[in-house]
Design a protein around this ligand. Structure first.
Ligand SMILES: Nc1ncnc2c1ncn2[C@@H]1O[C@H](COP(=O)(O)OP(=O)(O)O)[C@@H](O)[C@H]1O
Ligand SMILES: [Mg+2]
Length: 232
């Protein structure tokens, strides 16, 4: 469990997040929504230790930490950044194998690779193709497979639906739910594409102008009303 307490953060001249608190629970899909520019990506970056000048506390399983990407990776928390998902001129297999780059013990790779590929049957026949030839949805799966090789406890994803067709968005979100149910991996997803995603999530936040205005279950009449008001 990762807790953010009273986080203020932003960029050189501008504070974006104002006293943001959030609890990212284990075995949970959490969605962070909000209009463009609300600070959603900034929140992920602050939690992942990618920003300077962050005030407030970040606690991992009740213990205060100073977050950095390296520290979080050591703790099993991974980030699938927005946008570029694969190295287009490398094969699918090579893209997935990049996961091992920082591993001290690479001997577990083949076993883990086999386990992870069980979840991505569509990628199996395409392992030796250039990743750039795959559809956007399949490239997303390659990025996800790479992260899963590390047996993550929690995965941050920033707008995973960008550039995908509605069908692929639907497939991607259902895959995340399936992975949570089967492996117990938590996902923290920043997303504006809510129709498909929201029913698959457990907990929701709405961020508006850098402040949390909803923190509660994904299934709630209050949330429905707020979404209608915020995304009108
Ligand atoms: N690297 C940056 N430098 C300065 N300002 C930024 C930077 N990135 C984002 N911002 C500003 O911070 C605010 C929040 O941005 P962001 O977190 O990307 O919003 P969201 O992800 O909700 O669309 C916006 O006003 C944006 O212009
Ligand atoms: Mg963003």
């Amino acid at each position: 469990m990762l807790e953010l307490k009273n986080i203020n953060a932003g960029y050189r001249k501008k504070t974006v997040l104002h006293n943001v608190s959030a609890t990212l629970k284990d075995n949970t899909i959490t969605v962070i929504m909000g209009p463009n520019g609300a600070g959603k990506s900034t929140l992920l970056k602050a939690a992942y230790g990618m920003l300077k000048n962050v005030s407030g506390d970040i606690l991992l399983n009740g213990k205060k930490i100073i977050p950095s990407p390296q520290k979080l990776v050591e703790e099993g928390i991974f980030m699938v950044p927005q946008g570029k998902r694969v190295f287009r001129h490398m094969t699918v297999a090579e893209n997935i194998e990049l996961a091992t780059h920082f591993w001290k013990d690479k001997s577990v790779y083949l076993q883990r690779f086999a386990e992870v590929m069980e979840h991505f049957p569509d990628l199996k026949p395409r392992l030796n193709e250039q990743a750039g030839n795959l559809s956007g949805g399949q490239q997303q799966m390659v990025a996800l497979a790479r992260v899963l090789l590390n047996k993550p406890k929690m995965v941050f994803m920033d707008e995973p639906s960008i550039g995908l067709s509605p069908k692929l968005i639907n497939d991607t979100f259902h895959k995340l739910k399936q992975l949570k149910d089967n492996l117990g991996t938590s996902f923290v997803i920043v997303e504006h594409n809510l129709k498909t995603l929201l029913p698959l999530t457990d907990w929701a936040y709405i961020l508006e102008q850098g402040e949390i205005i909803y923190d509660g279950p994904s299934e709630s009449k209050t949330l429905e009303k707020m979404i209608a008001a915020v995304f009108k």
